[in-house]
Design a protein around this ligand. Structure first.
Ligand code: SF4
Length: 345
């Protein structure tokens, strides 16, 4: 598409046309042209990361989730502090420096529980570790439960040493999608209000998306458009990560999307999000196929050690991190570790 090559923006109707009619190779090449605005063709970065799922007790009841237990249901848990430390110690021993904390909307855990946990991580690990403290969705729930404004809740967390709250819990940012799938997961307007409050408190954040549920292509494009507009307004999103729905043991069920569809979608993200330099590809849900995403517009990926949420729904963790790096090299890329700990952003 000549307009994109000339640096012009894709509009929603153009994105729809591109998705419906562009052959794979044309879409891929266009995405790689946009990627070149920020990254050399063979450059890519990666992180070694562990998601620490500190509780699976949740009241949100998302039908696409195989992870949660309702309050009082058997199998619900909250990790002891020592168990959290053991997971972080293992992450550091294996060369990683980023932990992502992700749990459910647990009505038994007050804001102080989180502040104490995050403060203890800062005291114990100092500059050796960075952590994504919460997702936006969890942050909204916590602020709500604590009866605090979003600004006050963000400030409390910042005082406890939090620097990052990720854009997780976005799934598809349309009102109809959220009403279809969750009893309690906040509106699109609330989601962005929370993200704005996080940035205003001086914290960092990211953008995410999940595809392969029952969303339409129009909903996917609406999601991308909202993210792009938010980034135009704030310039505060450090990266964009799209992963794919895994249906095992979920109430929603369904099937996994085809690897090709994921790659085409990554390309569309790269072309549409022309104001976000870092596009991440999801090894956690796509395994080796995610690395092919580097040739479809992505420039960054995680080597994940653990994430119970996606593993419960069928994710497979590759134990040999080196084999994934070898795969990236075989595809013509030079993966470089992107250190996060000790940096301010
Ligand atoms: S996806 Fe998150 S918020 Fe939804 S039910 Fe699962 S743990 Fe709860």
């Amino acid at each position: 598409m000549a307009a994109v090559e000339a640096g012009e923006r894709l509009q929603p109707r153009d994105a729809l046309r591109l998705w419906q009619s562009a052959p794979d190779e044309a879409l891929r090449e266009l995405a790689m042209q946009v990627r070149k605005r920020w990254h050399a063709p063979d450059e890519c970065t990666y992180l070694i990361m562990r998601i620490v799922n500190y509780t699976n007790v949740c009241v949100a009841q998302c039908d696409y989730c195989a992870f949660y237990r309702l309050p009082g249901q058997s199998g619900g848990y909250v990790l002891e502090r020592e168990a959290v430390f053991a997971k972080v110690d293992d992450l550091l021993a294996r060369g990683g420096d980023l932990a992502g904390f992700n749990g459910g909307f647990n009505p038994y855990l007050p804001l102080d529980f989180y502040c104490d946990l995050f403060q203890s991580l800062r005291e114990r690990y100092g500059q050796k570790l960075e952590f994504y403290a919460l997702t936006i969705a969890e942050f909204l729930y916590l602020a709500d439960r604590a009866g605090l404004s979003l600004a006050a809740a963000a400030e409390r967390l910042a005082q406890a040493g939090v620097r990052w709250i990720t854009g997780g819990g976005a799934e598809i940012l349309t009102e109809s999608f959220r009403a279809r799938h969750s009893k309690f997961k906040y509106s699109v307007a609330e989601f962005f209000a929370a993200q704005r409050a996080i940035l205003q408190a001086g914290l960092h954040t990211t953008a995410t998306m999940v595809i392969g549920l029952d969303e339409s292509i129009e909903e996917r494009i609406e999601h991308l458009d909202r993210v792009r507009r938010f980034q135009d307004e704030t310039a505060g999103l450090a990266s964009f990560l799209c992963w794919t729905y895994l249906p095992d043991h979920t109430a929603l069920g369904g099937t996994r999307i085809e690897p090709r569809e994921y790659l085409r979608h990554l390309a569309l993200c790269r072309i549409y999000l022309d104001n976000l330099p870092r596009l991440r590809t999801s090894v956690l849900t796509q395994n080796e196929n995610a690395l092919h995403g580097l040739a479809w517009g992505a420039d960054d990926f995680d080597l994940p050690l653990e994430d119970e949420v996606t593993q419960m729904a069928g994710a497979r963790i590759e134990p040999e991190l080196d084999s994934l790096l070898r795969q990236a090299r075989k595809l013509g890329f030079k993966p470089r570790y992107r250190k996060v700990a000790g940096l301010s952003a």
